[in-house]
Design a protein around this ligand. Structure first.
Ligand SMILES: *Cc1c(COP(=O)(O)O)cnc(C)c1O
Length: 394
């Protein structure tokens, strides 16, 4: 009996999902660096273009290496369809743009990645799309924000930078009752620790730049969902506006997927340990990490996440203390990226969230003392020593 790949264990999906070998039988996935494809006859070209016969046409529409990445990620996510994009922001942009037109309305959780805020606050209004921000943890706020023209909900959970968690199933119900689609940015949880589609979301987006590469090399993104919605909402936008992922980057990301579970599991172990070390230190006022019992949404986390991820946020009380912490670190890098094998820490108020008006920062509780740390794969003893020394200096 042929194996049903959907029944494979997660680890098997990550290593073998989507594998499409050439007649050479190569073990490592082939990298097809080709822009276009040839056809056996004019009639074959006609059939390929009409969609009567399957096959590749042009790299902007699809590519064998990119499709292996899409198929592997779709299998992992339990999605019918996945389309890769050149970056996480291309994925977020297309995911929203494909659901709305002039006169429509989007509701979004107010704690969002900076560029996502820009798309909603600056870009969408240029095309006559209105946006309402809500406290994503407040279900009544989502309900009250709904209008007759609401077509999409967007939420990031856990959210950047303070790891606020939203009840995805409950928000999906509100969206569906309103006739809207729920888009979840699942970057912080990774496909290993949270499955938004199974919880009721319609669309999941990733920045594959983060944990899926996980080794600091390439940008990439992905949109996942049911076949019909993906085709209706995104097929033509992806073809004609050109946010296609490079096949080279798709190849790097495919190899990244092979070790994703190993990496994020170890990173989450390190992050949980570091969160406890920080919480036990007198300099830290508040520590946020999803699997700690003192996380404000601990009950929701227990229901919808199977791991805490690799990001820890903590408040050292002032910008001066936060900067002293960062400047004392010797192993951990000061950097705004996340999900990498190398640990890094950043001061969100002056980096990732500097363009957010202060009043909005205060609304999400982001004051000057907060540090966000992406915990990597270094030895936990070395990380603990580096972080403890930096906390002493803060
Ligand atoms: C990084 C990130 C993005 C954007 O991804 P890029 O690959 O940098 O374009 C979007 N959402 C979240 C939550 C992110 O962390």
């Amino acid at each position: 009996m042929a194996e049903d790949t959907r029944d494979w264990e997660l680890e098997t999906k990550l290593v073998r999902g989507g594998l499409a070998r050439t007649p050479y039988g190569e073990i490592s996935e082939a990298l097809f660096l080709t822009q276009s494809f040839s056809y056996e006859s004019a009639g074959a070209a006609d059939k390929r273009f009409s969609g009567e016969e399957p096959g590749f046409i042009y790299q902007r529409f699809g590519n064998p290496t990119t499709q292996m990445f899409e198929d592997r990620l779709a299998l992992l996510e339990g999605a019918e369809s996945c389309r890769a994009t050149a970056s996480g922001m291309a994925a977020v942009h297309v995911a929203l743009q494909g659901l709305v037109r002039a006169g429509d309305h989007i509701v979004a959780g107010r704690a969002l990645f900076g560029s996502c805020r820009w798309i909603l606050s600056e870009w969408m209004p240029r095309f006559g799309v209105e946006v309402t921000y809500v406290d994503a943890t407040d279900l009544d706020a989502w309900k009250n924000a709904v209008r007759p023209n609401t077509k999409a909900f967007l939420v990031e959970s856990p959210a950047n930078p303070l790891l606020e968690v939203t009840a995805i199933g409950a928000v999906a119900e509100i969206a569906h009752a309103a006739g809207a689609k729920l888009v979840v940015d699942n970057v912080f949880a990774t496909p290993v620790f949270q499955k938004p589609l199974a919880l009721g979301a319609d669309i999941v987006v990733y920045s594959a730049t983060k944990h899926i590469d996980g080794q600091g090399r390439v940008l990439g993104g992905a949109i996942l969902g049911a076949e019909q919605l993906m085709t209706e909402a995104y097929k033509d936008i992806l073809r004609h506006t050109g946010p296609a992922l490079s096949p080279f980057n798709a190849w790097v990301l495919l190899k990244g997927l092979e070790t994703l579970e190993l990496r994020v599991t170890r990173q989450a172990q390190n992050a949980a340990k570091i969160a406890d070390v920080i919480a036990a230190h007198s300099k830290a006022k508040t520590v946020l990490y999803p699997t700690r019992p003192d996380h404000p949404q601990a009950a929701i986390i227990a229901n919808q996440m199977t791991g805490g991820g690799n990001v820890v946020a903590f408040d050292l009380g002032s910008r001066e203390a936060a900067w002293r912490f960062l400047d004392t670190l010797e192993i951990v890098d000061i950097s705004n990226n996340l999900g990498d094998a190398k640990s890094m820490a950043t001061h969100p108020c002056t980096t990732t969230h500097r363009s957010m008006p202060e009043a909005e920062r205060l609304e999400i509780g982001l004051t000057e003392g907060w540090v966000r740390m992406s915990v990597g794969l270094e030895g936990p003893g070395d990380l603990t020593r580096d972080v403890s020394r930096a906390l002493d200096a803060a």
